[in-house]
Design a protein around this ligand. Structure first.
Ligand SMILES: Cc1cc2nc3c(=O)[nH]c(=O)nc-3n(C[C@H](O)[C@H](O)[C@H](O)COP(=O)(O)O)c2cc1C
Length: 212
């Protein structure tokens, strides 16, 4: 099948339950990550990172943390989306400083940056983490869509114990907390109970609310 449009790709994709074990080429993985990298985020802070796990022994350790979901070990690559555990002055400064440098602008904190930093640092750690996690979901969605465009199967996953995964990967030491996992691989058509079931969505007339 040749996928022509994003909508075709979104119809083709499904939350793959059984993968064949065939590995995804690194070039495709790079493109999927590039889509997440290009995702828009609030104030452009990109407050999340992607951890790429290919090590088989590590995937085996993640399997029970993800409640035995078989995609974790059958996927060739696990993309783990992990958000900043907080917004800090240093992190915000780092983003703006990089942007100024890349654009050849003087690296002075603008009024906007000063106000943004004041706003975030006044909020609780948990509120800031939750805000950062929402940004991670935008990248997650972009990665899911790009994988489908490349006819790579993926399973969006929240079904795992985030605290245990953070401990296994030492994410808290990096100032990160895991949010979602995206296993990448290829569907096992003969063994996946979901592959031939109709894609069902809320009726459009209910989903779209128009104010004319
Ligand atoms: C944020 C998120 C978390 C999900 N977590 C899991 C999961 O842990 N395991 C799983 O098999 N599917 C998971 N799903 C898949 C959804 O159940 C699936 O996307 C939804 O039922 C729609 O079906 P479709 O993706 O096949 O079109 C998750 C989806 C999203 C978006």
């Amino acid at each position: 099948m040749i996928i022509m449009s994003l909508l075709d790709a979104l119809n083709w994709r499904y939350a793959t339950k059984k993968m064949s074990g065939k590995p995804v080429a690194q070039e495709k993985v790079d493109q999927i990550i590039a889509a997440a990298h290009l995702a828009p985020t609030s104030s452009g802070l990109q407050p999340f990172r992607i951890i790429v796990v290919t090590n088989p022994a590590l995937k085996e350790k993640i399997l029970p943390i993800a409640f035995g979901q078989a995609q974790v070990t059958a996927a060739s690559h696990l993309l783990i989306f992990a958000a900043w555990d907080n917004y800090t002055e240093e992190r915000i400064r780092g983003v703006f400083s990089n942007s100024n440098k890349e654009r050849g602008l003087p690296d002075n904190a603008s009024d906007y940056e000063v106000q943004l930093t004041a706003n975030y640092t006044a909020r609780s750690t948990e509120e800031n983490f939750n805000h950062a996690a929402k940004q991670a979901y935008i990248g997650f969605g972009m990665a899911i869509a790009e994988a489908a465009m490349l006819e790579v199967d993926a399973t969006p996953m929240e079904g795992f114990n985030a605290a245990e995964l953070d401990a296994l990967l030492g994410l808290r030491e990096r100032g990160l907390r895991s949010v979602t996992i995206l296993p990448l691989g290829y569907r096992d058509e003969s063994g996946d109970w979901l592959v031939n079931l109709k894609k069902v969505r809320t009726p459009k007339a209910e989903f779209v609310i128009e104010y004319n």
